[in-house]
Design a protein around this ligand. Structure first.
Ligand code: ADP
Length: 221
């Protein structure tokens, strides 16, 4: 299976949302192709996003020439120009991109984006760009920034804490991370597969899903 953390992403529209998203992905080592039709926008980002190109994403030939059909993941981060956003999304769907994320600026816009082929529609602006980057980065199943530097994540337990109790794993003293809840892959017979509070005696298994809180840096580690 492809590794989500490194699989390239094409980001179309490098306004506030698109540029935040693209830069966040680049900083975590994901290859990004950034596209915007505004030369000045492209120029301003050229030092920070290694592959960034001026093009009109509503031009299917331009998308082909840039190799966009080779990508499995794309983000349409055009908001204000709803027509360009919808047309671009539908072209990406036609080109067979497997995982299309698109930014909506209204419910109706989001509804249309889903109808024309977006697999994920996101609504908020800059903050959401960072959040989507975390979700795209693969290890985390969900991510909620609770405060500027504090977050809760849903993820699978890393290998080195599987098979030992949380007391023995000493995540809080070693990394500053607290596991608050666990959804076991194999709950005891007769018990639903649901999140329960973690205790010091909880032992994590492969396939479990955990909720953990801590600073963003601590969680990344
Ligand atoms: P934000 O609020 O995140 O800044 P905007 O909708 O204002 O979002 O900006 C979207 C970006 O998409 C702008 O930088 C704009 O130049 C770019 N854009 C708009 N239409 C196209 C298009 N057809 N092709 C490529 N880029 C586009």
């Amino acid at each position: 299976m492809a590794d989500n953390r490194t699989e390239p992403v094409v980001v179309i529209g490098l306004g506030r949302f698109g540029s935040a998203l693209a830069l966040e992905l680049v900083s975590r080592g994901t290859e990004v192709l950034g596209i915007d039709h505004h030369p000045k926008t492209v120029q301003a980002l050229s030092g920070r996003i290694p592959h960034v190109i001026t093009a009109d994403s509503t031009d299917v030939e331009a998308l082909r020439q840039l190799g966009v059909p080779e990508f499995h993941r794309a983000v349409v981060a055009i908001g204000t120009d709803i027509q360009a956003s919808i047309l671009t999304t539908s072209l990406l769907a036609e080109l067979g991109i497997a995982d299309i994320w698109a930014k909506a600026i209204s419910d109706q816009h989001g509804h249309i984006l889903a109808r024309v082929g977006a697999h994920h529609v996101v609504a908020p602006e800059h903050d959401m760009g960072e959040r989507v980057a975390h979700l795209l980065s693969g290890r985390m199943l969900d991510y909620v920034e609770v405060d500027q530097d504090f977050a809760m994540i849903k993820t699978r337990p890393p290998r080195d804490i599987v098979g030992v109790t949380l007391r023995e794993a000493r995540l809080r003293s070693k990394y500053g991370v607290t596991v608050v809840a666990v959804k076991p892959e194999a709950p005891p017979p007769g018990t639903p597969r649901a999140f329960t509070h973690a205790t010091a005696e909880t032992t994590l298994m492969y396939g479990d899903i955990i909720l953990a809180v801590g600073t963003i840096d601590a969680l990344e580690r």
